[in-house]
Write a protein that binds this ligand. Structure first.
Ligand SMILES: Nc1ncnc2c1ncn2[C@@H]1O[C@H](COP(=O)(O)OP(=O)(O)OP(=O)(O)O)[C@@H](O)[C@H]1O
Length: 261
């Protein structure tokens, strides 16, 4: 008997209330521990797909299976014990202290550990995300990058086995970006994240789903799917690879002629 894939998307379709097709023909399987980057131009349907995969939106057609269980049949409580999500527009109460905000992530797993063990784990996560020094600050007092790290820390506090991140490097400077994606890549859990910065994908993801106009146009291992041809086809830009100190460093040629002659 073969082990079922950890995350399975089966013939997903999704429509707007006015009937417009927002997502169509999406099927793939992802093994446990994979890191899937969803990439595509603005409006391609990336957030729509992520919202369906994590259960934030209800599927019109098709099914999403996590560890062989249909998301439709899992209660919100059961889902919260497996899945953590950081969306694009998290709006926490600005009066909350950062540490208390991150601790909200532990609510679904409160019964799993003693209060002491939770407090220790919370400290560990605050350290991991470089937030310990800011623990007493109010959420409203944080910078955009600090707030983004707080959202991710709250998701990690949930101890998920499946983590969804919508543009996790939003507001992060290059160093913070590298640290956050390295941390996410080293968690050892299954991660699905929307990534706009294509050059980050080969370094931090194992798989990629390329999207264009409501469809997944390419899915598979990063080295097989994120090719210069596919990038040009999807985004209309040149994807270049430079060799530096034994590593391949990708870059994008995004310069455009804006004045027509
Ligand atoms: N509830 C909705 N009703 C109607 N149209 C919607 C709805 N939600 C999203 N759309 C449209 O569906 C398309 C895909 O939206 P989505 O947010 O999934 O794109 P995206 O790939 O995440 O874009 P971006 O990179 O700009 O964040 C867009 O054209 C958007 O305007």
């Amino acid at each position: 008997m073969t082990t079922p894939s950890f995350l399975v998307a089966e013939d997903l379709e999704y429509f707007a209330l006015n009937g417009d097709v927002l997502l169509q023909d999406v099927s793939f399987e992802l093994a446990e521990g994979s890191i899937l980057a969803i990439a595509g131009p603005n409006g391609a349907g990336k957030t729509t797909l992520l919202n369906l995969l994590c259960g934030a939106e209800t599927l019109a057609l098709g099914d999403v299976l996590v560890k062989g269980h249909s998301l439709k049949r899992l209660s919100a409580k059961e889902r919260a014990r497996i899945i953590a999500v950081v969306g694009q527009q998290e709006l926490p109460d600005g009066r909350l202290a950062l540490r208390d905000y991150v601790a909200l992530g532990q609510i679904p797993i409160r019964a799993d550990r003693s209060a002491d063990a939770h407090a220790k784990e919370l400290n560990r996560i605050m350290d991991l995300t470089s937030l310990a020094a800011l623990a007493d600050k109010r959420m409203a007092q944080l910078s955009g990058g600090e707030r983004q790290r707080a959202h991710i820390a709250r998701a990690l506090a949930q101890n998920p086995s499946l983590l969804f991140l919508d543009e996790p490097t939003n507001h992060l400077d290059p160093d913070a970006k590298g640290r956050m994606l390295s941390l996410v890549a080293e968690l050892g859990i299954t991660v699905v994240m929307i990534v706009h910065d294509l050059v980050m994908i080969p370094e931090f993801a194992t798989h990629v789903a390329l999207m264009k106009s409501t469809r997944v146009t390419g899915f598979g291992r990063v080295d097989e799917v994120l090719t210069p041809e596919r990038v040009r086809e999807t985004f209309g830009v040149d994807y270049l690879c430079f060799h530096h100190e034994g590593r391949v460093i990708p870059a994008l040629d995004i310069r455009r002629t804006t004045v027509s002659t």
